[in-house]
Design a protein around this ligand. Structure first.
Ligand code: FE
Length: 197
C-alpha cells in the first residue's frame, strides 16, 4: 500500500482570481505530488510502508535519521489539510462554534485576524500559519518548513501555506496580499467547525 495524492476538494479554477488555476495546478499537481512520490520512495520496503500517514509523521518526528521521511510525510498531510481549509466563496466572518470560540478564546474576530496575520507574515522563509486547538482552547501558531501541529499533540483546525510556491505565480513576493485574499475570500469556516469536537 502506498500513500496517494488526495484530489482537490474543488476544481483547480474555482479559487480564482484569489488563487489562480495555474498556481493550483502546480501546487497540487507538482509540489504536493512530489512530496507523495518522495515519501513512497523513502518508505518503500521499510517498516513504515503501509502505515497510515499520521503514524508515519508521529513515528519520525524529531528523529535525526528520519528527517527526509518526516518532511515529506508532513508536507503530504499539511497540503491535504490546506486544500480543505479553503473553499470557493469562503472567507469573511466565522459562524457557529468557531465564531463563539474566537470570541471567548482569542478575544474576538479582529484580534484573531491580527494574530493570524502576524503569524503568517513573521514566519521567516517557508512554513505554515495555523489555527489549532490546545487543551480545548483556540491558539494561533506558525510552523517552519514541513513542521506540523500533529507532531506536537495539537489539533489543527485550519492552515495557510506560506511557502513561496503557494503564492509566487499570483502575488510574486507579496505574501501579505495572498494572506488578505485568504482571509477575505477563501477560509473554509465550515471545515473549521467540522474539526471542532
Ligand atoms: Fe505548499
Amino acid at each position: 500500500m502506498t500513500v496517494t495524492l488526495t484530489a482537490l476538494p474543488y476544481n483547480s479554477d474555482s479559487l480564482a482570481p484569489h488563487i489562480s488555476e495555474r498556481t493550483l495546478d502546480f501546487h497540487h499537481g507538482k509540489h504536493h505530488q512530489a512530496y507523495v512520490d518522495n515519501l513512497n520512495k523513502l518508505i518503500g520496503g521499510t517498516a513504515l510502508a503501509g502505515e497510515p500517514l499520521e503514524n508515519i509523521i508521529k513515528k519520525t518526528a524529531g528523529k535525526a535519521d528520519k528527517t527526509g521521511i518526516f518532511n515529506n510525510a508532513a508536507q503530504v498531510w499539511n497540503h491535504t489539510f490546506y486544500w480543505q481549509s479553503m473553499k470557493p466563496g469562503g472567507g469573511g466572518m466565522p459562524s457557529g462554534q468557531a465564531a463563539a470560540k474566537i470570541d471567548t478564546d482569542l478575544g474576538g474576530y479582529d484580534r484573531f485576524i491580527r494574530e493570524f496575520k502576524n503569524a503568517a507574515l513573521t514566519q521567516f522563509g517557508s512554513g505554515w500559519a495555523w489555527l489549532v486547538l490546545k487543551n480545548g482552547r483556540l491558539e494561533i501558531i506558525k510552523t517552519p518548513n514541513a513542521d506540523t501541529p500533529i507532531a506536537h499533540g495539537l489539533q489543527p483546525l485550519m492552515t495557510l501555506d506560506v511557502w513561496e510556491h503557494a503564492y509566487y505565480l499570483d502575488y510574486q513576493n507579496r505574501r501579505g496580499d495572498y494572506l488578505e485574499a485568504f482571509i477575505q475570500h477563501l477560509v473554509n469556516w465550515d471545515f473549521v467547525n467540522a474539526n471542532l469536537p
